[in-house]
Design a protein around this ligand. Structure first.
Ligand code: NAD
Length: 433
């Protein structure tokens, strides 16, 4: 399908089909040292285990009745209850949710969390919807899917344009239906309802640990320049952390556009400006850039932290950064990956780099299940250990097989998923009793 973006007609990449192609390409590594799956085993990941599509009416406060479309995809549950966020966005569709659910299955496996992968979405524009209407939509969505989710079945969390408040409404509705307290239903909750300390910055904090390890491996100079696309929970916090570590944040953006200043920004100042004005696009003391231009700036590190399909075969060759830290899910398409790899750009893949969020979600669920809560310092230390171990494991495979980090992360994840499927007897293996 072609879509008009600015003056270009670009091929719209289906992120799910693109990921299936990535899985197919892995068959060439079958039989290599450290690869424990055969091409045939990969068939188990060709489609999601369960898909729920709900269409439900909600009466908005202006009296109108809207039909809301919602999705929940449970991709693979061989390693445990499925886990993944719920996205509110006007462009959410089933193909996107399937891709996001598959990435979650891979992500929980790379981090060796005892989970499968899932994702949910509601096609809605939260910027044009009142908080009261969003609450009604959130509660009704849970009434529609409550039989499908639960602390030992499928555990949602926040994603794009959802937040702890939305999680609180969903948890409250679920507990009313079930007639009992079940805080392990959902993660990314407010701390008052059993949320974990450190969850709000976990995605960015985890990405920062991966980046720190990679920066050391690739001798990135102190004070290197960084451009961050997206200034939400993930993007703003990674900008703040990298800035506090001495990196120069020279470009930032949100959905309304971007700003560039080669001398670097004080990120907190930009945050206050965005809070006051709704967007950072008119921040003074900066040159305006579009979101597309931001990706091609002369920086050392590029951090896509907004949406998928940002670096494609159309612009990948023009990326000037030497390292791409994928904080968003799926910002680089498969064909773009090949171009970046050929140009020696190190891409730190989403399923590794942004896994700090689901890792602290896992810690939150563990705390809920045991009813005993950890200090922020304990959470952060545990997160650091998990992220560093995952980076090291993936990086070892990069060196051993002379492959890129995404391929290594995919192999690491799929090894674990296939091992679990085999132990369950879902995939044939030589029987040893
Ligand atoms: P968010 O809703 O907090 O922020 C999204 C940001 O992206 C906003 O600043 C918005 O203005 C900007 N944006 C939206 N459309 C854009 C566009 N077309 N161009 C540039 N910017 C645009 O969302 P978030 O939680 O920060 O998520 C961002 C990305 O990180 C997503 O891909 C999400 O799946 C991924 N992610 C988030 C978490 C998490 O815990 N929050 C965890 C893992 C991955």
């Amino acid at each position: 399908m072609k879509e008009c973006i600015g003056v270009f007609f670009m091929e719209k990449v289906n992120p799910f089909e693109d990921t299936l192609q990535r899985l197919k390409a892995l068959t060439r590594y079958s039989g290599k040292d450290g690869v424990r799956f055969s091409p045939d085993d990969l068939r188990v990941l060709e489609s999601p285990k369960r898909t729920l599509i709900v269409n439900f009416p909600v009466r908005f406060r202006d009296g109108s009745i809207r039909i809301i479309n919602g999705y929940r995809v449970q991709y693979n549950d061989a390693r445990g209850p499925t886990k993944g966020g719920i996205r509110f966005h006007p462009k959410v569709d089933i193909e996107e949710v399937k891709a996001l659910a598959l990435w979650m299955a891979l992500k929980t496996a790379v981090l060796d969390l005892p989970y499968g992968g899932a994702k949910g979405g509601i096609t809605i524009n939260p910027k044009e919807t009142s908080a009261d209407d969003l609450e009604d939509v959130s509660r009704e969505f849970i009434r529609q899917i409550h039989m499908f989710v639960g602390p030992t079945k499928d555990v949602p969390a926040p994603d794009v344009y959802t937040n702890p408040q939305v999680m609180a409404w969903m948890l409250d509705e679920f507990e009313k239906i079930k007639g009992e307290k079940l805080p392990g239903l959902i993660t990314g909750k407010p701390v008052e309802l059993g949320g974990s300390l450190g969850r709000d910055v976990a995605t960015a904090q985890g990405a920062a640990y991966v980046f720190r390890e990679a920066a050391e491996e690739y001798d990135l100079p102190a004070g290197a320049t960084v451009a961050v696309q997206g200034f939400g929970n993930a993007g703003m916090n990674i900008a703040k952390i990298l800035s506090s570590w001495g990196y120069r944040i020279v470009a930032l953006s949100d959905s309304k556009g971007g700003i560039y200043n080669e001398n670097g920004f004080n990120v907190s100042e930009v945050e206050s400006f965005k809070e006051k004005n709704g967007s950072l696009a008119d921040f003074p003391k900066a040159q305006k850039v579009t979101n597309e231009e931001l990706l091609l700036l002369p920086v050392q590190v590029l951090v896509p932290a907004a949406l998928e399909n940002q670096i494609t075969k159309e612009n990948a060759a023009k990326v000037r950064a030497g390292m791409v830290l994928e904080v968003a899910n799926g910002p680089v398409t498969r064909e773009a990956d090949d171009i970046l790899h050929r140009n020696d750009v190190v891409v730190l893949p989403d399923i590794l780099s942004n896994a700090g969020g689901v890792t602290v979600s896992y810690f939150e669920w563990v705390q809920n299940n045991q009813g005993y809560y950890w200090s922020e310092q304990e959470v952060t230390e545990k997160l650091e250990r998990k992220m560093v171990a995952a980076f090291r494991e993936v990086h070892e495979l990069v060196k051993r097989l002379d492959i890129d980090h995404r391929t290594a992360a995919y192999i690491t994840a799929i090894n674990r998923i296939i091992d679990a499927e085999k132990k369950r007897g879902n995939i044939s293996q030589k029987r040893q009793v």
